[in-house]
Design a protein around this ligand. Sequence first.
Ligand SMILES: Cc1cc2nc3c(=O)[nH]c(=O)nc-3n(C[C@H](O)[C@H](O)[C@H](O)COP(=O)(O)OP(=O)(O)OC[C@H]3O[C@@H](n4cnc5c(N)ncnc54)[C@H](O)[C@@H]3O)c2cc1C
Length: 412
Amino acid sequence: MEPARVVIVGAGLAGLRTAERLRRGGYDGTLVLAGAERHLPYDRPPLSKALLSATDDPAAPPVLRTAERLAELDLDLRLGIRATALDTGTRTLTLSDGATLAADHVVLATGLVARTVPAWTGLAGVHTLRTFDDCLAIRRAAGGATHATVVGAGVLGSEIAAGLRGRGLAVDLVDPLPQPLCRVVGEEVGAVVAGLHRSHGVGLHLGRAVAELTTADGHVRGVRLDDGSHWATDLVVAAVGGAPDTGWLAGSGLALDDGVAVDAHGAASHPGIWAVGDLASVADPRGTDRLRIEHWTAAGDLAATVAGNVLAALRDEDPKAHTELPYMWSDQYDTKLQCLGLPRAGDEVVLLTGSLDDGVFLAAHVADGRVRAVSGAGIPAGLMRCRTAVADGVPLAELVALAPWDRKKVTA
Ligand SMILES: Cc1cc2nc3c(=O)[nH]c(=O)nc-3n(C[C@H](O)[C@H](O)[C@H](O)COP(=O)(O)OP(=O)(O)OC[C@H]3O[C@@H](n4cnc5c(N)ncnc54)[C@H](O)[C@@H]3O)c2cc1C
C-alpha cells in the first residue's frame, strides 16, 4: 500500500471507530483525527443517564479510550480544532487554527448539533444536551433547582426526565405526540415508557406543546402550554432533536440530503470523501430511500464499513456495500428498552411474550404480515434471538415459532 494521508473530521464515536478500524485493517499511513471539542473522544449515552443523575461531580467525560490506548493508534490528534471548509476537488480541509490539510481520503464524522427553540435563545435556565459540557451545565443548573421541565419526550428527553427525577427534582415532561418515544417504538410501546414516568412521579403532558416560557430578569420561571396550563419551573431542557452538523460544508459542493449524502459504500458525492455516524445519510442499496440513523451501534457499524472501503480504495480493491440491522437501547429508571429494526407509525404491534402493562415484554412490529422490528424490555437474550428474523423481514409466524423466549428453555 502506498503511503497515504487520511483525515477524519469529528473526534466522536464514529470518527474514533473509523481510526481504530483503519489501523486494525493495516493502514499505517498518516492518520489525522480533528475534533472541535477539547476532550478526548468520549461516549455520549452516559450523559443522559448515570452522569445526569449522579450527585458526585465527574472530573472528565467517559472516554472511549484512555490517552495511553489512544497513543497506540499513532494518531495526529487535533482536539479543540474545528474544520471550517472543505475543497472537494483537492480534498483540502481548512481548520480553525488556520492550518490546511490535503488528504487522499477525508472521512466526515461531525455528528449532530442539538436543535434549539429560537424564541428561547439566550434565556438563562434553558439548556440542550449533546456534549459533556452541556451535561455539566445541566447538572450545575439542577443543583440550584427544585423543578425541571423537559420539552420533547423522545429517547433523549425521556432519559433526561428520568435522570433529573433521579436527582430528586420535580419533573414535568411535554411532547405534542401521544406517547413518549412514539417515533422510535410506536404508540403501544411508548405507553410503557409513559407508565414508567408516571410511576416515578413525572408529570406527563402528552399531545401538548409549549406556548411560551415565562421569564423574570432573563431567567426562565415558568412554562405555559397551548391549553393554557402553567407551572413554575427553574430549569428547562429542550430535547427537540438534532440537526446534522453540515453548516461548515455549505458552499463545498458536496451533496447534502438531511446530512452528508453517501452511497451504500459510505462514499459521498466526490471521490475520496466519506461520511460516518449520525451525519451520514446512507442510500438504501435496495431502493431510493436514505437512512440516517442516530444510534450508537449504527455509528460503529458504518465506521467499520467505511474504514474497510477506504482500505479497499487504497489497495485497488472493490468496496463493500453497507448492510446493518439498526439497534437501539434506552435506559430509563431501572428499565432497559431495546429495539431491533426500525418500527414505523402504523405497524401492527404483536405481543410475543410478557406484558406491556408489567413493562417486561417482547413485541413484534409487523407490516403486511412481515416482521419489521422487535422491541422489548427485560428480555435481552430473547430480543437478540430475533436478529435474523428482523433482518430477513420474515412472516410473523416464523418469528412466533422461535418461542419459548425464556433463555433457560432455549436449546438452539
Ligand atoms: C446524550 C446522548 C445520549 C445518547 N444515548 C444513546 C443510547 O442510549 N443509545 C443509543 O443507541 N444511542 C444513544 N445516543 C446516540 C449516540 O451517542 C450517537 O449515535 C453517537 O454519538 C454518534 O456518533 P458520531 O461520532 O456520529 O457523532 P458525535 O458523537 O456527536 O461526534 C461528532 C463530533 O464531531 C465534532 N465536530 C462537529 N463539527 C466539527 C467540525 N466542523 N470540525 C471538527 N469536529 C467537529 C463534534 O464536536 C463531536 O465531538 C446518545 C446521544 C446523546 C447525545
